[in-house]
Design a protein around this ligand. Structure first.
Ligand SMILES: Nc1ncnc2c1ncn2[C@@H]1O[C@H](COP(=O)(O)OP(=O)(O)OP(=O)(O)O)[C@@H](O)[C@H]1O
Ligand SMILES: [Mg+2]
Length: 360
């Protein structure tokens, strides 16, 4: 059997994607050398970004798998080293895609659409909507990040089932990837059970750091899950990312609708476009197929109509999400309905909303 060429080996290595950074290892300058020996033996020198990289085993098996597919490859030896300071800096500079260090990469020239999910009231399903829309966009082939901007009431690590810790590379942080989306949350920094007791200015700095220090890479969408209300963090997001857009979540209840509207009206001041309203917990389907409207009816449409009037431009009702026990269970288990119960009416509704957002 003919021996493989170095070119073939490098081509195979180019199919190996770094599980954290989500780019081919060859583009990340992680392949330091390739040596060919007798009888198709191949030795590859790989440079990890940090020592004790948690995904080392995964990388090793992916490399072996890719090389096994090359004809004539015999014994494969993988030598793992670690990047030095200069190599790491070169990599983080590359990952920032030209944006200077400590600069928010989502300025007017960025191709990333930042969509913040907001509501006036707590517990209406912002985080559920944010998580499911992010997953639906990722399923549609977009590169997606989720910023858990609810610093004090974070929920994304659990909701998206984030298993890995973020890896620090110099002064930057690689966001863990869960179900195909990059996620960053305060929940990854504080020990379980410990409250985050911060005032506005500190929260603002935290949001800023989540945007500057996390290596988000080239995203199509960054979905920001906001805390309830019109407090510090929604304003920080509006200020730090002037091009960000809003999605307003409400339940069908008149009281919730009123408060949701306030969150929307804030957009008048921040000049953020409102992409639309999502009505959550719209109805419960009974075993006989009939629907019962546990939280009343019409809140979503009402908010959309009132915001359209207040803003002087059409704010659509993007969709209605049923009340469904699998949504709650999926959120608790780290497998939101879009990935966990793909055929459910709720998952379909989220996918339609995601499609409407991406066409926008
Ligand atoms: N359509 C739904 N059907 C059933 N349960 C739901 C639905 N939407 C959300 N839930 C559940 O309701 C609870 C609150 O939802 P979620 O955490 O998404 O709301 P939130 O608006 O982000 O809350 P907070 O204001 O506290 O951040 C969660 O347990 C979630 O699983
Ligand atoms: Mg929430």
């Amino acid at each position: 059997m003919p021996s493989p060429t170095e070119k073939q080996i490098r081509a195979a290595l180019a199919t190996v994607i770094d599980p954290e950074i989500r780019k081919p290892i060859t583009e990340l300058d992680m392949v330091q050398g390739v040596e060919l020996g007798e009888a198709g033996a191949v030795t590859v020198d790989i440079l990890l970004t940090v020592a004790g990289c948690p995904l080392k085993d995964r990388l090793e098996s992916d490399i072996k798998h890719a090389l096994a597919a090359v004809q004539g490859v015999g014994l494969v030896t993988i030598r793992m080293g670690v990047m030095d300071q200069a190599q790491r800096q070169a990599l983080t500079a590359k990952l920032r895609g030209g944006a200077a260090e400590k600069e928010i990469p989502f300025g007017p020239d960025s191709k990333t659409r930042v969509i913040a999910v907001a509501s006036g009231k707590g517990g209406v399903g912002k985080s559920t909507v944010a998580a499911n829309l992010a997953l639906a966009l990722a399923q549609a082939g977009y590169s997606v990040g989720v910023l858990d901007a609810d610093i004090q009431g974070f929920s994304m690590p659990r909701m998206l089932g984030v298993e890995n810790e973020p890896t620090q590379v110099d002064s930057s942080i690689l966001p863990p990837v869960a179900q195909g989306v990059k996620v960053f949350s305060m929940g990854m920094l504080v020990p379980p059970g410990q409250p985050v007791v911060w005032r506005g200015p500190v929260l603002h700095r935290a949001v800023q750091q989540f945007l500057t220090d996390v290596l988000w890479g080239e995203l199509d969408f960054l979905i920001a899950d906001l805390p309830p209300g019109t407090g510090d963090v929604p304003l920080s997001i509006a200020q730090l990312i002037p091009g960000s857009e809003l999605v307003i979540v409400t339940t069908p209840q008149p009281a919730a609708a009123e408060v949701a509207q306030r969150a929307g009206a804030l957009a008048l001041q921040t000049h953020q476009p409102i992409l639309g309203v999502v009505e959550n917990m719209s109805w419960l389907e009974l075993p006989d197929g009939s629907k019962t409207h546990v939280f009343g009816e019409g809140g979503g449409a009402q908010v959309a109509a009132n915001l359209s009037q207040a803003l002087g431009s059409e704010v659509p009702l993007l969709g209605q999400i049923p009340l469904d026990q699998t949504i709650r269970e999926g959120g608790d288990a780290g497998l939101p309905v879009v990935t966990g119960a793909t055929e459910s009416a709720a998952a379909q509704a989220f996918k339609q909303i995601a499609a409407a957002l991406s066409d926008n």
